[in-house]
Design a protein around this ligand. Structure first.
Ligand SMILES: *[C@@H]1O[C@H](CO)[C@@H](O)[C@H](O)[C@H]1NC(C)=O
Ligand SMILES: *[C@@H]1O[C@H](CO)[C@@H](O)[C@H](O)[C@H]1NC(C)=O
Ligand SMILES: *[C@@H]1O[C@H](CO)[C@@H](O)[C@H](O)[C@H]1NC(C)=O
Length: 399
């Protein structure tokens, strides 16, 4: 599908003015001296318009695509701004989708900062959040070293999930609608052919371009890191049950699951970091398929009940069964949050391209492994609403 090129209406407007003025001066039939004056004025106006245009261009460079505000989960056309970014004209855009929930905003900020600092590529962040968080997020992004990033804030409308998620107090994740944002990638990034999705509890230490260049096999809409890969098997997921194969996520006692004939021992994958071919995603109606399984789960309870685990992973496991490519395991070194202890050597952590604190022990919380590595990328909240919970702060509370 060819990229639609739209022009910034403002700059077009300015140049329109000039051309209309010139047209009038040509048709007046006035004496030569008057015509010269009119021409001189025209040249001045032209220079002014040019100057103005440069001004708006430089302010664009400063503000990027940041302030067009929240637009629901609908196709948003802002390619006009993008094409005026001279530095990036020759570089491919790398869309990175990340969610931002109010209570973990520091995670989103650190993840974005780590991506930004470790690449020279033309990254555009699509930050999915709720209206009530947008102002807080914006003031944080406009502070310090994040000023130069290019981003778009997209509002997530929870109406999208009506009838697709059961309000179940036993399943904590159902209360976190933003975890489903990844199901809607082509709607969030309508103009892109390829995109990266990333959870908010990660730090990127490699160049995001390498992840973006992950080859996807023909017919595959996404590439994930498998749970039996070498990096993960080294540290067999203590405390995470058997959530490394399909039976750990899906209820194989259910007729509907059995009818899919998916091998129960199939290695599962982690949907916290993935690369998507959006052309293929749309062609296969992946979003529709995921929604279908969400609805069926509400009606029939298809996900495993033995673990109060993920409700975002099972539909992805079904839809992408034997239909996905893989990413380099070093690009999703995970389980750093599944205990407070250190499960990897410092050398391994240093070599990782992406560190993922999935689990209960978040690096902004009281106890987490390698929180110091994470904190290198953290930027303090200028509004003061978010602060790190650190062990040394509450020693007085320990009895
Ligand atoms: C979020 O903000 C947008 C733009 O300001 C508005 O159109 C939309 O209705 C808001 N959504 C909610 C749920 O408040
Ligand atoms: C994405 O999928 C489309 C449709 O199958 C295919 O033509 C294209 O080559 C794929 N792009 C990448 C980068 O894999
Ligand atoms: C995808 O959905 C559209 C509209 O809902 C439908 O026309 C089309 O047949 C579907 N394609 C596939 C491959 O399911």
């Amino acid at each position: 599908m060819p990229m639609v090129r739209t022009w910034n209406p403002n700059s077009e407007g300015k140049f329109c003015c000039f051309y209309i003025y010139q047209g009038q001066s040509c048709n007046t039939g006035l004496p030569v001296s008057v015509t010269i004056i009119i021409w001189a004025l025209a040249v001045i106006l032209f220079l002014l318009a040019l100057h103005h245009n440069f001004l708006s261009l430089s302010s664009l460079l400063r503000n990027d695509v940041s302030d067009s505000g929240i637009v629901g989960l609908q196709p948003i056309d802002f390619t006009a701004n993008f094409h005026q970014h001279p530095v990036n004209e020759r570089q491919e855009e790398i869309p990175v989708v990340i969610a931002a929930s109010e209570d973990r905003l520091g995670g989103t900020i650190a993840a974005i900062n780590s991506i930004h600092q470790n690449t020279r590529s033309n990254v555009i962040f699509y930050i999915v959040t709720f209206n009530r968080t947008a102002d807080h997020l914006r003031s944080w992004l406009n502070s310090g070293s994040l000023k130069s990033i290019r981003y778009k804030i997209v509002n997530f409308d929870t109406k999208l999930l009506e009838g697709k998620v059961k309000e179940d107090p036993d399943q904590g994740e159902s209360m976190k609608p933003l975890t489903f944002a990844r199901f809607y990638l082509p709607i969030l990034v309508p103009s892109a052919k390829k995109a990266i999705y990333m959870d908010d509890d990660v730090i990127v230490q490699g160049d995001i371009l390498a992840l973006y260049n992950t080859p996807l096999k023909p017919g595959h809409a996404a590439a994930f890191s498998e749970d039996c890969d070498s990096a993960s098997t080294k540290v067999m997921i203590r405390g995470a049950g058997n959530q490394y194969n399909y039976i750990g996520y899906l209820d194989y006692k259910k007729e509907r699951i059995r009818k899919l004939s998916m091998k129960a021992s199939t290695c599962s994958f982690n949907p916290g970091v993935f690369v998507a071919n959006l052309t293929e995603w749309k062609r296969q109606n992946v979003t529709n398929q995921l929604e279908k399984w969400m609805k069926l789960n509400v009606e029939e309870g298809l996900y495993s009940r033995t673990l109060a685990g993920s409700i975002t992973t099972p539909p992805l496991l079904i839809v992408f069964y034997q239909q996905h490519s893989t990413i380099d395991p070093m690009w999703n070194v995970r389980h750093l949050g599944s205990s407070a202890g250190k499960r990897y050597s410092p050398q391994f952590v240093k070599a990782a391209k992406l560190l993922h604190w999935n689990g209960h022990f978040k690096p902004w919380g009281r106890a987490a492994s390698y929180a110091d590595v994470w904190e290198k990328w953290y930027i303090p909240d200028p509004t003061g609403k978010f602060s790190l919970i650190r062990r040394h702060m509450d020693t007085s509370n320990i009895k």
